[in-house]
Design a protein around this ligand. Structure first.
Ligand code: COA
Length: 352
């Protein structure tokens, strides 16, 4: 059996596998996965053209399949997670229930590793629910190692309504819209806020945090079509250094809003007011549920997430598999110690 990139005629099989494997998981995230695949299928000629050159939608449906006879038995969806494409992420992998336990998951993943290794991949990453024992076993067998955990939380639309007209809303001092010259300071913030054992896996560079004209164009288009509205904010301290960034993706239709927030570990007190401000902004756009993710090391952010009424959706292990380049990852104990370093209890200033 051969692993190959998916074609239009594979949609029915892929949709069935997705439906059988992931409906529940996506429902928790308020996403109708079957509807989303049908949408991609109906737009397939555009999706195909967009897959041919770099743009924000290039990998919206980069799927590989494994056939048994004329039936799609397994599928794996992947996307690059850095601009120089050394890190590829396994977004979804599933085997049709009739074909499980026969080595097909291993087969399709090995095919995917070979395919992207030939195209410059140095490592593969993935997120797996901490409760998904079969998948964790599969990944460990294939050489994946855990490097962190990520928690996803959801705020219901009802709870978001409370942020629409709050009794008191104080925007954090120094909050402003992101500007063109903010890329370097945001890159510095990322390096200060994210521990080295995560950065070494993420393998990002400054261009990964840039707001590209292509991305801005896509956001403008979505806003014009009344689909979603993006807002990019930063917080400056008194010395004009960026100490937090906030990216809001407000949905104007049925999907959940998404918040991305990074706070400098020395300015953890900003996390809660910033999150409340974000929720107020989203509530004024529409009363949809809100999703947010948080690494285990971001304690101030996690506390703010709890304090504002979010409920935990899932806890995922983040895993990495090296191909050409062997990463030195800390053991669990060392990771905990370095977390302590990145979560000081007093404000610290890296220039002092
Ligand atoms: C997880 C999944 C992809 C495994 O597919 P599969 O083709 O049955 O897996 P394979 O036959 O290639 O098994 C490879 C290894 O994975 C592990 N594994 C697979 N299924 C397992 C199970 N039910 N229990 C424990 N370990 C399991 C074993 O280590 C196995 O090796 P072994 O047979 O030598 O013990 C499949 O169960 C699936 O589609 N699940 C639903 C979707 C999903 O959870 N995807 C992962 C999301 S992150």
């Amino acid at each position: 059996m051969k692993v190959r990139p998916a074609r239009k005629r594979d949609f029915a099989g892929i949709k069935q596998i997705f439906e059988l494997a992931f409906t529940e998981e996506y429902q928790r995230r308020e996403v109708n996965i079957v509807h989303r695949i049908e949408k991609i299928e109906s737009l397939y000629p555009f999706v195909k053209v967009l897959s041919l050159f770099p743009n924000p939608y290039q990998h919206v449906f980069t799927v590989h399949v494994l056939e048994d006879g004329d039936k799609i038995a397994a599928m794996a969806q992947v996307s690059p997670r850095n601009q120089n494409r050394t890190r590829w992420h396994i977004d979804n992998i599933a085997v049709h229930p009739d074909f499980r336990g026969k080595g097909l998951a291993q087969g399709i993943l090995n095919g995917v590793f070979d395919y992207y290794r030939e195209r410059g991949a140095l490592r593969f990453t993935l997120e797996v629910d901490v409760a998904n024992a079969p998948a964790i076993k599969l990944y460990e067998k294939l050489g994946f190692r855990r490097y962190s955990t990520l928690t996803y939380s959801k705020l219901s639309a009802k709870k978001l309504a409370k942020f629409k007209d709050p009794e008191e809303l104080v925007a954090p001092e120094g909050l402003r819209e992101r500007q063109a010259g903010d890329t370097s300071p945001i890159w510095e913030l990322y390096q200060d806020a994210i521990p080295p054992y995560i950065r070494v896996v993420e393998d990002r560079s400054e261009q990964d945090v840039a707001l590209t004209p292509m991305q801005q164009g896509a956001e403008w288009l979505k806003k014009s079509l009344k689909r979603s509205q993006a807002l990019h904010l930063v917080v400056e301290d008194s010395r004009k250094r960026l100490v937090a960034s906030l990216d809001l993706f407000a949905q104007l239709r049925s999907l959940p809003h998404v918040i991305q927030m990074t706070v400098h570990p020395g300015h953890g007190h900003l996390a809660e007011p910033l999150l409340k401000y974000a929720l107020h902004q989203l509530a004024t756009v529409s009363l949809n549920p809100v999703l947010i993710g948080c690494y285990e090391c971001q304690r101030a952010k996690q506390d703010a997430i709890q304090a504002t009424g979010f409920k935990k959706l899932t806890g995922d292990f983040l895993m990495v598999r090296d191909t050409l380049e062997k990463l030195e990852l800390p053991t669990g104990q060392e990771a905990l110690q370095s977390e302590g370093f990145f979560n000081p209890t007093v404000n610290f200033d890296k220039h002092i």
